[in-house]
Design a protein around this ligand. Structure first.
Ligand SMILES: Cc1ncc(C[n+]2csc(CCOP(=O)(O)OP(=O)(O)O)c2C)c(N)n1
Length: 326
C-alpha cells in the first residue's frame, strides 16, 4: 500500500495519544474551560487518514476533533495553544477546543452534532463549482448519523454526485445512548445504498484496514462517482467529556476493552510480529514523542493569554473590518 508505513502510522498514533494526555493535564488545573472531548481509543481511525488527504481537501470534524486535526496536518503547537486558550493559538485563543480552524488546510470543527456534514457538503459543492478535484470529508459519530443533516447532506451529494466522504466513527455510544438502541439496522454503512453512495464498514482499531478503505472512499469521490460512507467501528475509552461520571457503561467492559482493544497496543504487536521494527526502536520512538509533547506543553503554558480588550474584535464583522482583521 502507498502512503505512510505501519511504523509511521504507529508513531502518529502515539503522538496523538500523548497530545490528548497533554490536553487532559489542563482540566484539573482549570487552564481549559468548558467541555473537553477526548478521542483516546480512536487513534487508528484518524491515523488512517494520513497520506490520503491533500491540503486542498476539506476536513470538517466534530466536538471530538483533535485527532482529525493532527491527521490533516494542522500544526500541533498552535492547536495545543488554542485548546489552552492562549493568544498564540490557531484562533488567537478565542475558539478553544471545540472550534479549531485552519484555513490553509481547510480544517474546521463544530460542536453542533450533525452539522459537520452540511458544512462538508458546502465544501464539496464549492469544489464542483470551482472545477477542482478536491474532496470534502465530514466526520460524524454514530449519534450524529441519526440527525437530519446526515440524511439531507447525503441525499443532495448522491443526487448531484458531489465529492462528499462521510466518515462515521461508530464508538458505540452517543453520550449515554447505546448504538443498537438508537439505530434500526446492524450497521450504518448500509445506509449508503439509499443515497447511491459507496459504503463500507471497517474495523476502526485496525489502522491498515481503515487506511485502505478510506483511500478507496476518497478515490471514489475524487473520481466524480459521488459520495462515500465509511463506518469505522471503535470504542471510546474515556467518558463522553471530562467530568462525565460515565456510569452507563459497566466498568468491567471498559477495563476489558482497554486491555484487549487498545489500537496502540494492537498496532505495536503487529509491528513486532512482522519484524517491521524492534521493541527497542519502538520504545525509543515512544520516548521521543513523549518528550516532544512535554516540551510543547511547557512552551504553551508559558504563552500569553489573549488581550481581553480584543474580545469583541472577533464577534462583530464591522469591528473586525474596521481594525483590518478581515
Ligand atoms: C444539535 C446538538 N444536539 C445535542 C448536542 C449535545 N451533544 C454533544 S455530543 C452528543 C452526542 C454525540 O454522539 P456521537 O455523534 O456518537 O459522537 P461521540 O460523542 O460518540 O464521538 C450530544 C447529544 C449538541 N452538541 N448538538
Amino acid at each position: 500500500m502507498d502512503g505512510p508505513t505501519l511504523v509511521e502510522r504507529y508513531f502518529a498514533m502515539v503522538r496523538m495519544r500523548r497530545f490528548e494526555e497533554a490536553c487532559l493535564a489542563g482540566v484539573p488545573t482549570r487552564e481549559i474551560h468548558g467541555e473537553l472531548h477526548i478521542g483516546i481509543g480512536q487513534e487508528a481511525v484518524a491515523a488512517a487518514m494520513i497520506g490520503t488527504l491533500r491540503d486542498d481537501d476539506a476536513l470538517v470534524s466534530t466536538h471530538r476533533n483533535h485527532l482529525h486535526a493532527l491527521a490533516k496536518g494542522v500544526p500541533a503547537q498552535p492547536m495545543l495553544a488554542e485548546i489552552y486558550e492562549r493568544a498564540t493559538g490557531l484562533c488567537g485563543g478565542f475558539g478553544g477546543h471545540m472550534h479549531l480552524f485552519d484555513l490553509e488546510r481547510r480544517f474546521s470543527t463544530t460542536g453542533i452534532v450533525g452539522s459537520t456534514l452540511p458544512v462538508a457538503l458546502g465544501h464539496a459543492y464549492a469544489a464542483r463549482i470551482e472545477g477542482r478535484d478536491s474532496v470534502a470529508v465530514g466526520v460524524t459519530g454514530d449519534g450524529g448519523a441519526n440527525t437530519g443533516g446526515f440524511h439531507e447532506s447525503l441525499n443532495m451529494a448522491g443526487a448531484w454526485r458531489l465529492p462528499l466522504v462521510v466518515l462515521i466513527e461508530n464508538n458505540e455510544w452517543a453520550i449515554s445512548v447505546p448504538f443498537e438502541e438508537s439505530t434500526a439496522t446492524p450497521t450504518l454503512a448500509e445506509r449508503a445504498a439509499a443515497y447511491g453512495a459507496w459504503g463500507r464498514r471497517v474495523d476502526g482499531l485496525d489502522v491498515e484496514a481503515v487506511a485502505e478503505a478510506f483511500g478507496e472512499a476518497v478515490a471514489h469521490a475524487r473520481a466524480g462517482h459521488g459520495p462515500a460512507v465509511l463506518e469505522a467501528t471503535c470504542y471510546r475509552f474515556r467518558g463522553h467529556y471530562e467530568g462525565d461520571l460515565d456510569l452507563y457503561r459497566p466498568a468491567g467492559e471498559k477495563d476489558r476493552r482497554r486491555q484487549e482493544q487498545d489500537p496502540l497496543s494492537l498496532t505495536r504487536e503487529r509491528i513486532l510480529a512482522r519484524g517491521a521494527a524492534t521493541g527497542a526502536e519502538l520504545d525509543a520512538g515512544e520516548e521521543e514523542a513523549a518528550a516532544a509533547i512535554a516540551a510543547m506543553l511547557a512552551a504553551v503554558r508559558a504563552d500569553p493569554m489573549p488581550d481581553p480588550a480584543t474580545a469583541r474584535d472577533h464577534v462583530f464583522a464591522g469591528a473586525a473590518a474596521q481594525k483590518g482583521l478581515i
